[in-house]
Write a protein that binds this ligand. Structure first.
Ligand SMILES: [Zn+2]
Ligand SMILES: [Zn+2]
Length: 335
């Protein structure tokens, strides 16, 4: 099969022929129809995240059709996600141990043994991929393969971050890319007010945010037009943390949604004072996936995607890196 292979940091992925993967017990073989490109893929390619093994096929927002079920996959709870011909999605969380204190308390996102798709496990920048059937999710009807792909990370992990904002009525989004353009629609559906903070001078991003339901869009370095109840930082820039803290009201929460962020500069304690909170969000649980994939068609979320064939995967990464993309970037390996 064709696949985009990572061998060393700060080098382009190599689009080449590799052997088809073979599903083991509990796994399914998927024919990949679409795979979203995430900022985490950039962190991997750019050497900002340690990669546990090479060569590696990145990509963790996979929409595929089950081609084959490994021996043992069609048993018990896994049976529903393991039917040949079924369309499923595979997210970042590809496996967890199921027995540690985190796994048994509904926090498998924090499992120390967890394996992540496109990091520990080969991902979806390929024509085929194997996945644990227990970590595959049915994709709601009404989404094309290409439009569904960004739901699997921008949507799922974005939704986990959004949930951490609790009942916040006024929410700031710092960085308006794949996750924010999905969650702005969810926020509007829930009658919340969204304030978009974008790169200074990025008029296209401001317009995009306003079109997707933000009531205000402005520069991330400037003040908020009114105090916010919560702010979610999607951009990987630690300098945004003190800025977002200044934007939230007493008791407000600043949520760091990315897996990697540059260092946070020092700031005065008075900016944290009055019960403001800073927290991070790590990965996702399967329950997050179930809840979000049930919610998305009710909104209904409409993702805006820029599609590239697998042969253009490095161009797709470059466009995401440079901030040239509005919405999500998706690889179509069938083209
Ligand atoms: Zn991601
Ligand atoms: Zn565990």
């Amino acid at each position: 099969m064709r696949a985009a292979v990572f061998s060393r940091p700060r080098s382009p992925l190599q689009v080449t022929d590799v052997a088809d993967p073979v599903p083991g017990p509990g796994q399914v073989l998927l024919h990949v129809r679409a795979c979203g490109v995430c900022r985490t893929d950039l962190h991997i390619v750019d050497g900002e995240l340690a990669v546990p093994r090479v060569p590696l096929i990145p990509g963790h927002q996979i929409v595929g059709v089950v081609e084959r079920v490994g021996a043992g996959a069609a048993k018990g709870a896994a049976a529903a996600a393991a039917r040949v011909g079924q369309r499923v999605g595979v997210p970042w969380l590809g496996w967890s141990c199921g027995t540690c204190e985190y796994c048994i308390s509904g926090r498998e996102n924090l499992c120390a043994q967890a394996k992540f798709t496109g990091l520990h496990l080969d991902g979806g920048f390929a024509e085929r991929v194997v996945a644990d059937a227990r970590f595959c999710f049915s994709i709601p009807e009404g989404f094309t393969d290409l439009q569904a792909a960004p739901l699997l990370c921008g949507g799922l992990i974005g939704y986990r971050a959004f949930r951490m904002a609790g009942a916040a009525a006024r929410i700031g989004f710092y960085g308006f890319g794949s996750a924010a353009h999905i969650l702005a629609q969810v926020a509007a559906f829930q009658k919340r007010r969204v304030f978009a903070f974008v790169r200074p001078g990025d008029a296209a991003a401001r317009e995009f945010a306003l079109r997707l339901g933000a009531e205000w869009a402005g520069d991330s370095t400037g003040p908020a037009p009114e105090p916010l109840d919560a702010a979610i930082i999607f951009a990987p820039d630690g300098a945004l943390v003190p800025l977002a803290l200044k934007a939230v009201a007493r008791g407000g929460t600043v949520i760091c949604a990315g897996i990697h962020m540059s260092d946070i500069p020092a700031f005065p304690y008075r900016d944290l004072w009055e019960e403001r909170t800073i927290r991070s969000v790590a990965n996702l649980t399967r329950q997050d996936a179930i809840e979000f994939l049930e919610l998305a068609p009710r909104v209904p979320v409409r993702t805006e995607v820029e599609v590239h064939p697998l042969s253009e995967v490095n161009l797709a990464l470059d466009r995401l890196r440079s901030g040239a993309v509005s919405g999500s970037v998706v690889i179509n390996p069938t083209r």
